[in-house]
Ligand binder design. Structure first.
Ligand SMILES: Nc1ncnc2c1ncn2[C@@H]1O[C@H](COP(=O)(O)OP(=O)(O)OP(=O)(O)O)[C@@H](O)[C@H]1O
Ligand SMILES: [Mg+2]
Length: 293
């Protein structure tokens, strides 16, 4: 049995009845007040959950609050209201077994550390030998075993993003959160990275939450796609993607069912798109004084 199939079966077993819930958000809202008295409402009222081992994609229009939601879900940002729980516990700070991959991979890697040392860096509390073994294992999974001693600036964008993914999986997370991780790479590299992510997630039995604005990517990778409205965002729809794993990109994208899913999601997003994406907010609120990566 291929590794990916084994992993996927593990995921299905893990995703049993009610006790399988890993992450849950109920009524989560977040706004950003500005010094001039205006407020940018980012997320309005988010209800969602993610099961152990499940792959969920979140799609929504540009600026609808996806990154804000991700930062709330992983405990980097405190919501104004609502509740967040992870593995049955309230979320206060980033849980130990949650890893995040951000879009700006070039800002998240240390240029003065080798690829291997970049991955070892996040592995606190382990012996040097264990850190090395975990880093090498993770870098092998992302097919970078031959550039361990290179520096990030010697690598292509897609390779740098793979280092960021290796750094995340080397911590042996139960949940991997990814914010538009493939947005800055070319189309061919993107497909390779998507396929690699699907295999890793399945082999390791990882729960994965992928934020993307790419509908094809969401349908190709996810067990379930959550569609958000324009901001302040709320969940417009949750669509179960009934296509068996492992999925081959070429075969899946040729399926009539794939086309139906992408059409459905596209229509949901377009139907809700306001004429001007920022119509609800005074222009002055769009200066982002507190914005950080
Ligand atoms: N730290 C912050 N301070 C002030 N406003 C913020 C901050 N972070 C986000 N915002 C505002 O909240 C809204 C949602 O931003 P967010 O980055 O979450 O959206 P997004 O869906 O991830 O956008 P994109 O599609 O561009 O990635 C935007 O109007 C943004 O300007
Ligand atoms: Mg974003």
């Amino acid at each position: 049995m291929p590794e990916a199939t084994k992993g996927r079966q593990y995921r299905r077993e893990a995703a049993g009845p009610a006790t399988a819930t890993l992450l849950e958000a109920r009524g989560v809202a977040k706004s950003f007040p500005h010094s001039n008295g205006t407020v940018t409402p980012a997320i309005g009222d988010i209800n969602l959950s993610l099961d152990k081992g499940e792959f969920v994609a979140i799609v929504g229009p540009s600026g609808c609050g996806k990154t804000t939601l991700l930062r709330c879900l992983c405990g980097l940002l405190k919501p104004d209201s609502g509740t967040l729980s992870y593995d049955g516990q309230p979320v206060n700070g980033v849980p130990d077994d949650v890893a995040v991959v951000f879009q700006e991979y070039n800002r998240s890697l240390f240029p003065w550390l080798s690829v291997r040392r970049n991955v070892e860096f996040g592995l606190h509390g382990l012996s040097k030998a264990e850190r090395r073994a975990r880093a090498e294992e993770a870098l092998t999974r992302v097919h970078l075993a031959d550039v361990l001693e290179h520096y990030p600036w010697q690598l292509s964008g897609g390779m740098q993003q793979r280092v960021a993914i290796a750094r995340a999986i080397a911590t042996h997370p139960a949940l991997l959160l990814m914010d538009e991780p493939f947005a800055s790479v070319d189309a061919q590299t993107r497909i390779r990275l998507e396929t690699m992510t699907a295999s890793i997630s399945a082999e390791l039995g990882l729960a994965t939450l992928l934020i993307t604005h790419d509908i094809d990517e969401a349908v190709f990778l996810a067990d379930r796609v959550i569609v958000l409205s324009p901001r302040p965002s709320r969940v417009l729809a949750e669509i179960v993607i009934d296509i068996p794993h492992p999925r081959s990109e070429l075969e899946v994208k040729a399926l009539p069912r794939f086309q139906e899913y992408r059409r459905l999601i596209h229509d949901l997003i377009v139907a809700k798109e306001p004429e001007s994406a920022d119509a609800a907010t005074p222009a002055s609120a769009e200066t982002e004084p507190e914005r950080s990566a």
